[in-house]
Design a protein around this ligand. Structure first.
Ligand code: AFP
Length: 333
């Protein structure tokens, strides 16, 4: 089985970019080790702090963020990083060209129940025009040069793209390396499985209400087939299932908290996942716009997400085209 670096070399990925990706994986191996140690490592549970999003930080959120940030900045190949756990961007080498946005531990409410969690990353280049601080990261998803996630589940998997399809590598703990296990991942175009937090149903807008209602009606309803539902509450593992066997994953905009209509973050959750999904032949939309075409205005910006099997996402988007409603999320493109 092939190791990561020769595979990326074969794809003509620039050497410095390979080093940045490899550094992310060194941090991921350490995170994987600490997760496997669980209570034995003394890192379960919460800190007394909240992050910029107002969410309670788990100890492993903080540890994972520090590991990734420090290792990336030590390479001298990274110009700046933006993390879910940092209020602002953190500057690195002024002469370096890579920008890394990441969610160090996505799905962290799963940590204390021994459920799957993951690290999501998106790599951009410093823009040609003069930009400083957070402006550096305000690029569309189409500008990403690499993206992926590490899923810490029963196996630790790296799923990544550099724009040449999606590959899966599995961490072989005996050699401490990620080895290629799927060369080209393709999402089936059709599906009978959906992933959504149903407890928010009453807060959704009309198109999403009607779409999910028609899925629930199964073979007796307009879709004339039964659908199954899965929800792991960690985007990494929910999207991994969709990438592996098809499905539609959504965290739509809703009216629960008018000041915060969306949950998932554009730069380090929606964009990297959309890059993977599109590279695997799927679709990723807000309901109205293609996610990777959105022009970000904030590093911690949130966005409505509908992604997965191409034909199913298209069917869902037809509801948004045909059912008028007021959008709780202001258009950003
Ligand atoms: P964290 O990044 O704070 O761990 O949040 C995880 C997440 O944003 C995403 O991974 C899940 O899809 C979503 O939250 C789960 O949300 P619910 O708690 O509403 O199910």
């Amino acid at each position: 089985m092939q190791r990561l670096i020769p595979v990326l070399n074969n794809d003509h990925v620039p050497l410095h970019l390979i080093s940045v990706i490899n550094t992310l994986l060194t941090a991921a191996k350490e995170i994987s080790h600490r997760l496997h140690q669980g209570s034995l490592a003394g890192t379960l549970g919460s800190t007394l702090d909240e992050n910029i999003q107002g969410e309670t930080q788990k100890k492993l959120d903080v540890v994972s963020n520090q590991l990734i940030k420090n290792m990336l900045l030590e390479t001298n190949l990274v110009h700046a990083v933006a993390s879910e756990e940092e209020d602002d961007v953190v500057m690195g080498n002024p002469d370096a060209k890579y920008l890394v946005a990441y969610d160090p531990l996505d799905g962290s409410s799963n940590i204390d129940i021994n459920g799957s969690v993951g690290t999501i990353f998106s790599i951009l280049e410093k823009p040609d025009h003069c930009a400083e601080g957070k402006e550096l990261f305000l690029q569309t998803g189409d500008e990403q040069i690499a993206a992926g996630y590490i899923l810490y589940g029963p196996s630790s998997l790296l799923v990544m793209t550099t724009g040449q399809g999606v590959r899966v590598f599995t961490l072989d703990h005996t050699v401490g390396e990620f080895l290629l296990t799927v060369d080209k991942l393709n999402i089936p175009a059709d599906t009978q499985e959906f992933a959504v937090n149903m407890s928010n149903q009453r807060h959704w807008t009309k198109p999403m209400q009607q779409y999910i209602q028609d899925l629930l009606s199964g073979e007796l309803g307009p879709r004339k087939k039964n659908f199954n539902m899965r929800w792991n509450a960690a985007m990494v593992s929910d999207v991994h299932r969709v990438l592996s066997r098809g499905g539609i994953f959504t965290y739509p905009a809703d009216c629960k908290h008018p000041e915060k209509p969306c949950k998932l973050r554009l730069l380090y959750e929606a964009n990297p996942m959309s890059f993977l999904v599109e590279q695997a032949g799927g679709r990723a939309s807000t309901g109205y716009e293609r996610i990777m075409s959105l022009q970000p205005t904030e590093i911690h910006q949130r966005v409505s997400v509908i992604m997965g099997s191409r034909n199913e996402v298209d069917t869902c988007l037809d509801y948004f085209k045909s059912i008028p409603c007021d959008r709780p999320d202001a258009p950003t493109a």
